[in-house]
Design a protein around this ligand. Structure first.
Ligand code: NBG
Length: 990
């Protein structure tokens, strides 16, 4: 049956319309010829192509690059053997060259080289950090506890099986498939500095050296990238497209070197060139194309997919400005644009040959063919060109290089004034503006739906391009579009990419002429949905008016999906109007994206066990009742390659010395550390490493905040997005309370503490921004009060992001995970802290529940209402914060200090926070997040933290057990579960 009989969107004359297909072909065919820069890019050697665009920006820095073409040619001629190979034959010669150069190095190599080559041949586990593997002490150490480890195995097994119904086996890399040529790398760096900047090493700025180093690394990546794609062509594995508005990648250089197993070699090489690798890494701006956990999860997933050897694309948007740069002025957050592409991006590759056209607005016209089938055409639309940029995603030590493909927008046609009549002129300007605006900036909202028109445009823009390309790629190698789902699966990262469902239906019906039922079968076997929140304000609901105006054909399809779904509800629950009202996709003037994703998705998953249970029993109860088989849990995870191996090299080496290096790709190996938790020597070593990391962070804080902190104090850290439900306010109110206590009882025992915060607030989120100001105001008072003898320090780290997070996690003693129970879907920071040996103080929320289950209640500090209690209060009432205010003098004192000038001369400044807790204005519910309710139990838990810390042995043991028990929380485990239970991908090795 054809899509819909009823054309709800104005169907105007169809006479003018030729075929849609023709138009697309024409547009694409025109494209390359016109774009000068594209042609240039295409001609330039691979490496240059990427920077072609930025190189053309003539700044002083790039002046040296200016004669790009010539430079490139000369370079090719002079370049070291490997590079000289002409671009075309490069792929063929890759294998040869690679093995040749290894052989050559080995032949030349004196003792040290030989050892490296040997290491390279040895099984993955030995090769990793060549140095430490070679240390015989390491070996003995690794062997020693083996027996003991076996003893603890039984008990740990039970713990694991409690939380993990199915044991996840992660395939191990059999042998290292990659080599890194250090000498070639050095030559390449020197060469790049010369050709890019006409400088010698000693003249180049750190930024220039960073560029040169990155291009040298990219050279070594490209061979593997091509080999991987060749292997995928041959083996034709099923591919997952991870569709996400956000990829919070952070920096690429260090991570790429780590995953090439080249970090230590590169570090030595740079040292030999007189350069400190840390300074070079610090030159790279974070790719902050995400807000928080959701975007960082996507980045960790890409790392794991490549490491485990699965064919995967990340698909997203190449925002010109990612997450804003946060500056703190006078204690307030100020948002500064983050021009992350300013110096060009050495790792990206522009791929104009995969350009797609995306259409907005206009109207749909219908034409019936001779067989009586309706055909739908979008007309009078505005179009924009989607041009992909590819970023390599390197698997750890296995030679697999997947792709993160992010789309840039360009105007469809170049501006040719002469050929435009008035109407065309107007349209051309509008299309130019559309292209300029659409990818301009990431909306800085975390867990919050803002309903902006441009946001919906962004969503459809990258989804249409990604789905078009996925279909086109499939059709290049397969004949039968009806079997698309056998080779392709789309994972929708939250509801943001949900238009993919209707877009796939559109392509299948309008371009491949499948019937509705055929298209529906393919679509519902292709799309799967992950829910990341139950926060009501985060749910995406688009007004019909906006949705249908912007995406007329897509809206028709959504309406038809809705019509059929309502019929299904009515069959199942005859006469039950309430069900329809609650479950319909289009209702009350709104398009509900979560409902669409659930109805069309073959899988619906939450991101931690508790969260999934809440979805099934509360938020999505009706849907669970109707489609129980779709619901499943995938507890989040994080990549240990970035958050331990790269972020905490001291601990990483220590761990390797004790349990070998298999943990890098098999994190549960860390359980071998359990036997050391009570070993005096190991405890001392471990705590010394923590101390070194605290010194490193203290130095960072001194440099960036000008505050002196004592690395011997307890580092108590809360870093995450600022949101009321995450309750940074609870933390700072408690600090105010402690400060009062110390002032009132100067003689009281108090172990010095440094409270560290880091958080960005959404630009328009008043209470969140005010909380930042409050933290800084308390810091001002407390840090400068000589009378408390430095017992408390409060630090707000400016511009919290992935790169400084790595340093912060490594240095933390205490991990603050204090969200209102039921509100934090999972959390992933909690896992990064745990992996780095911080002990959690937290509520039974999100993945905290599973963390406590792994590490044991004795090794965490749990407090506060349970999720059931919170939900009960929410549904049935019974909580009045005023009662606590009236009866608890400590709480009352702290709250009064918000409005009595203690922390601000302007006594009205913090009034909104005060009001949010007590609702003196009766405008909204008081203390929505149960801060006062949990205050006392939080304070008691903090007291227990202090007692535990004073007992050095106990603390060391707790911290070490946290590391030892963190194995479950690797994103490798999460991805393996997605692969086995949802996506059913085929494993590929090179
Ligand atoms: C966030 C949750 C976190 C969770 C991440 C990743 C959104 C909408 N959700 O608890 O708040 O860890 O997703 O799943 O950003």
């Amino acid at each position: 049956m054809a899509a819909t009989k009823k054309t709800t969107v104005t169907a105007k004359s169809t006479a003018k319309k030729t075929s849609t297909d023709k138009k697309t072909t024409k547009a694409t065919a025109k494209t390359p010829a016109k774009k000068v820069s594209e042609t240039k890019a295409a001609k330039a050697p691979a490496k240059k192509a990427a920077s072609a665009k930025s190189a053309s920006k003539s700044t002083a820095k790039t002046a040296a690059k200016a004669p790009a073409k010539k430079a490139a040619e000369t370079k090719a001629a002079k370049a070291p053997a490997k590079k000289a190979a002409p671009a075309k034959s490069a792929s063929k010669s890759t294998a040869k060259t690679a093995s040749k150069s290894t052989a050559k190095t080995a032949a030349k190599a004196p003792a040290k080289k030989a050892a490296e080559t040997k290491a390279a041949k040895a099984p993955a586990k030995k090769a990793a950090p060549a140095k430490s593997a070679a240390k015989s002490t390491a070996k003995t150490a690794a062997k020693a506890p083996a027996k003991k480890a076996a003893a603890t195995k039984a008990s740990s097994k039970t713990a694991a099986s409690k939380s993990e119904p199915k044991k996840v086996r992660i395939p191990k890399a059999k042998k290292p498939t990659i080599t890194f040529d250090k000498e070639l790398f050095k030559r390449s760096v020197l060469y790049n500095v010369r050709t890019l900047y006409r400088k010698n090493m000693d003249e180049a700025t750190p930024q220039q050296v960073f560029q040169a180093v990155s291009y040298a690394i990219k050279d070594q990546i490209v061979d593997y990238w091509m080999k991987t794609q060749e292997a995928y062509e041959q083996k034709d594995p099923k591919t997952v497209y991870y569709l996400s508005m956000e990829f919070l990648m952070g920096r690429a250089l260090g991570n790429n070197m780590i995953n090439l197993m080249a970090y230590k070699d590169a570090k030595d090489a740079l040292e030999e060139l007189g350069v400190d690798i840390n300074i070079i890494e610090d030159q790279e701006p974070d790719a902050a194309l995400g807000n928080g956990g959701l975007g960082r999860l996507a980045a960790c997933f890409l790392d794991s997919l490549a490491t485990l050897g699965y064919s995967a694309y990340g698909c997203g948007i190449r925002y010109r400005y990612g997450m804003f740069k946060q500056e703190i002025r006078d204690g307030f957050q100020v948002e500064v644009p983050d021009n992350w592409l300013d110096n060009g991006n050495p790792f990206e590759l522009r791929r104009p040959e995969y350009t797609k056209e995306v259409r907005f607005g206009g109207y749909v016209s219908v034409r019936t063919d001779e067989n009586g089938r309706n055909h739908y055409y979008q007309e009078g639309y505005q179009a924009v060109k989607a041009v992909p940029y590819d970023h390599p995603i390197i698997g750890y030590g296995n030679g697999i290089v997947n792709t993160l493909r992010i789309w840039d927008a360009e105007p469809v046609d170049c501006f040719r004034l002469d050929s435009f009549d008035k109407g065309d002129y107007q349209k051309a300007v509008e299309q130019e503006n559309l292209a300029r605006n659409i990818v301009e900036v990431l909306y800085p909202n975390d867990n919050h739906y803002a309903g902006k028109e441009l946001r919906l445009k962004q969503q459809y823009f990258f989804i249409s391009a990604s789905v078009q390309e996925a279909v086109a790629k499939y059709m290049r190698n397969h004949k039968n579009i009806k079997k698309f789902y056998e080779k392709v699966t789309f994972q929708l990262n939250d509801t943001h990419p949900t238009v993919a469902i209707a877009e796939l239906m559109r392509i299948l019906m309008d371009e491949y002429y499948l019937t509705w039922d055929e298209a529906w079968e393919v679509t519902t076997k292709t799309c799967a949905y992950t829910n990341h929140t139950i926060m009501a304000e985060a749910l995406e609901k688009w007004p019909i008016e906006l949705f249908s105006r912007l995406l007329p054909r897509i809206y028709q399809i959504v309406e038809e999906i809705n019509r059929r779904f309502i019929r299904e509800i009515e069959t199942r629950y005859p006469g039950n109007k309430e069900k329809v009202a609650k479950m319909a996709i289009v209702y009350d003037g709104q398009v509900k994206m979560a409902h669409l994703a659930i109805v069309a998705g073959y899988s619906v998953n939450g991101v931690a066990r508790l969260h999934t249970e809440i979805l099934k029993n509360q938020e999505l109860r009706d849907f669970y009742e109707m489609f129980p088989e779709k619901f499943n849990n995938k507890t989040n995870g994080i990549t240990q390659r970035r958050f331990l191996l790269h972020g905490n090299p001291l601990l990483a080496d220590w761990v390797t010395e004790h349990v070998g290096d298999e943990w890098i790709t098999d994190l549960p190996q860390l359980k071998g550390l359990k036997v050391y938790a009570s070993d005096k020597k190991a405890q001392a070593e471990f705590m010394n490493i923590k101390y070194q990391n605290k010194v490193r962070l203290a130095k960072y804080i001194k440099e960036h905040n000008g505050i002196d902190v004592d690395p011997r104090s307890i580092f108590d850290v809360q870093v995450k997005r600022l949101h009321e439900y995450k309750r940074q306010l609870l933390n700072i109110l408690h600090i105010m309370y402690l400060y009062n206590e110390i002032k009132e009882h100067p003689e009281m025992e108090f172990y010095p503490r440094t409270f560290i915060f880091g958080a960005k607030a959404a630009a328009g989120y008043r209470n969140a921004k005010l909380t930042i100001k409050l933290i800084n105001s308390v810091a001002d008072v407390v840090n400068n009060d000589k009378s408390i003898d430095g017992k408390i320090k409060v630090v707000f780290i400016e511009n919290y992001r992935v790169s400084n997070a790595e340093i912060i996690f490594a240095a933390a003693d205490v991990s603050e995970q204090i969200s209102t129970a039921s509100k934090e879907a999972s959390g992933t920071g909690n896992m990064k802290f745990m992996l780095n040996g911080a002990v959690t103080i937290g509520t039974m929320d999100g993945a905290n529940v599973e963390i406590v289950e792994e590490v044991g209640e004795d090794n965490a500090f749990i407090f506060g209402l349970s999720s059931d209690e919170v939900i009960r209060y929410e549904n049935f009432g019974g909580y009045d914060p005023m009662e606590i205010f009236n009866n608890d003098p400590d709480v009352r004192k702290v709250l009064m200090q918000l409005i009595n000038g203690t922390y601000s001369e302007d006594t009205e400044l913090f009034r909104p926070l005060y009001n949010s807790l007590l609702n003196t204005l009766s405008t909204s519910k008081a203390d929505t997040y149960f801060i006062l309710k949990d205050f006392k139990s939080y304070a008691a838990a903090q007291k227990r933290v202090e007692e535990a810390y004073i007992d050095k042995k106990r603390w060391a043991s707790m911290a070490m057990l946290n590391v030892a028990c963190s194995g479950k929380f690797t994103s490798d485990r999460t991805i393996k579960q997605y692969v086995d239970e949802i996506w059913k991908l085929d494993h590929v090795s090179l």
